[in-house]
Design a protein around this ligand. Sequence first.
Ligand code: BGC
Ligand code: CA
Length: 374
Amino acid sequence: MSKKLWIIVSAVLVFGMLFAACAPAAPAAEEAAPAEAAAPAEQAAAPTEAPAEAAAPAEEAALPKIGATIYKFDDNFMSFVRRAIETGMEGKAELILNDSQNDQAKQNEQVDTMISKGVQALAINLVNPQGASAIIAKAKEAGLPVVFFNKEPSAEDMASYDKCWYVGTRSAESGEMQGQIIVDSWKANPAWDKNGDGVMQYVLLKGEPGHPDAEARTKYAVETVVNAGIQVEELELQTGMWDSVKGKELMDAWLAKHGDAIEYVIANNDAMALGAIASLQAEGYFTGDKFMPVVGVDAIPDALVQIKAGTLVGSVLNDAANQGKATVDLALNVAMGKDPLDGTNWTLDEVKAVRVPYLGITLDNITVAEESYK
Ligand code: BGC
Ligand code: CA
């Protein structure tokens, strides 16, 4: 109930008590339902521009206006970051949130529109990591601060503007942690070397080429395995563009070609790992003793279900909740002209980036990931 309404209701009650012997009881105040967070699993196309729930008109004027983009709403992991941003901005900012639909030109137009609507800060999940310079140029011209998140701009772009920051992770860390899960599981299961040649024959589902996370995970996962003294042979490596359907299609083709000669499926993210698992299940894997190890990154809820079912060896927690929170914290601060870290515990590195830590997840510590995605 708004303050105004409350005053009116109170006044009515007082007058009622003063002037009537038996004033009727005031109707129970109807609690305003909290704005529903978008269901993360929901992949339906949302309107390109969904302004956050309008606050009461009197308060609205005081809230900073923040313009945000998500590279595409139809990305499993980003739907969780998006939810964290929407929740974090509730009641604190007037949020303009755009689905860039995987189109950098569209995102650039969305930035123009948001600037013309008078936003005080931008929070940008780039479509193309190389797209930062064009957006920085627009922000510079308008004198606006920018917080990039999830897709890291080059160090050069970051250095080109003192009012831009980045919220993400240290990409290499996820590769190293995924690699460690592979090492531990391979050593614990000698039977996984199905042809007994002492070499791990693997296939790798890569994320978007040129995406710092995809490049680093691909490099460091394999490097960690090799550094642990395990010989490897790459049977296939292709991009599944972070996508479940593409992951399944690639795995279908690879299974048809190599079958059980594949001894490990390494996926740059869980969405593609889930696609691979679906492909394997269709070929009768995970029943009886037909098995093939699969590993992912993100530790999204659907993947945790698979870890519990024994169809996914492990994943690496990509902390969507905290990445969303850090994005909100920094964007709110800079929108109000404050220091980006004001009132927070985040720290910035040499390229003005907040790095949220990853965590390797297997059945042993699965509750940590479950809590994080609650
Ligand atoms: C996540 C992927 C996601 C990508 C989007 C990565 O950090 O692991 O699941 O598709 O970000 O940019
Ligand atoms: Ca082998």
